[in-house]
Write a protein that binds this ligand. Structure first.
Ligand SMILES: [Zn+2]
Ligand SMILES: [Zn+2]
Length: 236
């Protein structure tokens, strides 16, 4: 249905609110802030171009009602030392080839790595050292887009993005239209372990954030052309 002003009116969509548990979790769990990353065999823990291992901010299993990513394991890594906003680089109307490794000026490569893993059976031996590990709970809800088709502004997987600015759409280097999968609300803080170095430009001395605290909309390649074929849209 098209409204008179031209905005689509999307239907209600399945979604899951993501709730961060208060207690530090002491053992590997598939849905967590920090903790033990579950990676496919042969997938190394991502490193930033600066040589530091990236921080695992969160990971979760995408619920079975959220096609086309149902059953994938989503992991969001971001460098502690490099904190900036993402800037899409396009070529012929598509994100550039291997955009997950392409220069992100002024940096030689992105300072983040977002992965969709399909065979992530085992946790790494060591947990993420920087962030306080916490279990995530996913609670199903129906995201009913309101004005201009925007979904609820919350930490969630599925549903519709709440777009702080105009909607953004991208075509993967492989030709597929990226599909929204997960949203991290603006200003979300992740609690650091005691004694960890401060993150530049973060709000709190003892918390880290993603992409300068911008709202993050993760758009991923439905063709799964690469485990890292995910683009983090930043808005505020
Ligand atoms: Zn770095
Ligand atoms: Zn692709």
């Amino acid at each position: 249905m098209i409204e008179p002003d031209g905005w689509d009116t999307p239907a209600a969509l399945p979604a899951h609110a993501i709730e961060v548990g208060g207690d530090a979790t002491a053992r590997p769990t598939r849905n967590s802030v920090g903790g033990w990353p579950f990676l496919d065999e042969g997938q190394e823990w991502p490193e930033c171009f600066c040589g530091q291992r990236m921080v695992l901010f969160f990971q979760l299993d995408i619920p079975s009602d959220l096609e086309p990513f149902a059953g994938d394991h989503l992991l969001v890594f971001h460098c502690r030392a490099h904190n900036d906003a993402s800037e899409p680089e396009l070529s012929d109307g598509r994100l550039v080839s291997r955009y997950w490794d392409a220069p992100q000026l002024p940096y030689p490569r992105p300072f983040w790595r977002i992965l969709l893993q399909r065979e992530a059976a085992l946790p790494t031996p060591e947990p993420e050292p920087s962030l306080r590990a916490a279990a995530l709970t996913l609670r199903p809800f129906t995201d009913v887009p309101g004005g201009q088709g925007k979904g609820s502004q919350t930490f969630k997987v599925g549903g519709a993005p709440s777009w702080a600015q105009f909607p953004e759409h991208y075509t993967c280097a492989c030709g597929a239209e990226l599909v929204y999968v997960c949203q991290v609300p603006e200003g979300m803080e992740f609690a650091a372990c005691p004694g960890q170095p401060e993150q530049p430009y973060s709000v709190g001395a003892d918390t880290y954030n993603l992409f300068l605290g911008n709202e993050v909309y993760l758009l991923a390649c439905p063709a799964h052309c690469d485990p890292a074929a995910v683009w983090p849209v930043n808005q505020n």
